[in-house]
Design a protein around this ligand. Structure first.
Ligand SMILES: CCCCCCCC/C=C\CCCCCCCC(=O)N[C@@H](COP(=O)(O)O)[C@H](O)/C=C/CCCCCCCCCCCCC
Length: 216
């Protein structure tokens, strides 16, 4: 019998393959694959213990908001990040100055995951170039301080800092990725990081062009 989603073993390769489907030929970013990539990462985080559940709850909430949009009646407009931005802006569906009529627009929701993607990029790059005795908690909090932390309130930063302290060591981390030897993990990360960076850069540029990088 097939395993339920919760029981499925995490596979870094599967997650990275999903992210690799994100980019269309003309460099648009497919929301469906983007969100699927995040679902896989959340599965990984859940396998690390309940201390991370406040983080995964927030991520899942944002994933579900976006999934509702692309599965909903206006779903065709939510096929790519580019089409979503155009549709929501053209139709005044984004709260630009303060949260008001559209507190959960696609644009502001995706922005939160986009900022988290930068954290992921920085963290994975540190993992890739680290030696065996490097602490994942240090790599994770450095990546967090350089990215997401700037957008989080003090209380969230404190809670995140405490959660990072119980991250398993690098060898266990690599094992849970389910890729093979450390060398194979490092090589897979080396292949995947340029793609993650590209998805991040395209989204960042698009949001900057439309002055959406500070959406409330
Ligand atoms: C592949 C192997 C290694 C990498 C494994 C990574 C697994 C990570 C999976 C999910 C990452 C979590 C994504 C978090 C999204 C956070 C979005 C956000 O910023 N939300 C805040 C703002 O939202 P609004 O209030 O404006 O709606 C919200 O306040 C945040 C609440 C929760 C705390 C978020 C802390 C984020 C820490 C990210 C590091 C995760 C560390 C996991 C370590 C494996």
């Amino acid at each position: 019998m097939a395993n339920s989603v919760e029981e499925q073993k995490f596979s870094l390769k599967e997650v990275l393959d999903t992210f690799s489907l994100c980019l269309s030929e003309n460099k648009e970013v497919y929301i469906e694959h983007y969100v699927e990539g995040w679902r896989g990462l959340v599965r990984f985080m859940n396998s690390l213990g309940s201390v991370f559940s406040f983080i995964s709850k927030d991520a899942v909430n944002k994933i579900e908001i976006l999934a509702k949009f692309f599965n909903g009646e206006n779903g065709t407009h939510y096929s790519t990040i580019q089409s979503m931005v155009k549709y929501e802006l053209d139709n005044g569906l984004v709260d630009l100055a303060k949260r008001d009529k559209y507190p959960e627009s696609g644009c502001r929701t995706l922005l939160r995951l986009h900022r988290a993607l930068r954290w992921l990029e920085l963290f994975l790059e540190r993992l890739r170039t680290s030696s065996e005795d490097c602490k994942t908690s240090v790599m994770c909090s450095e990546a967090y301080n350089e990215s997401l932390a700037q957008h989080h309130a003090w209380i969230i930063r404190k809670a995140a800092g405490m959660a990072f302290c119980v991250l398993p060591g690098r060898p266990t981390f690599f094992e849970v990725m389910n890729v093979g030897t450390s060398e194979q993990v490092v090589s897979m990360l080396g292949d995947a990081l340029p793609l993650i960076s590209e998805v991040y850069d395209i989204t960042e540029k698009l949001y900057a062009q439309h002055e959406l990088l500070q959406l409330p």
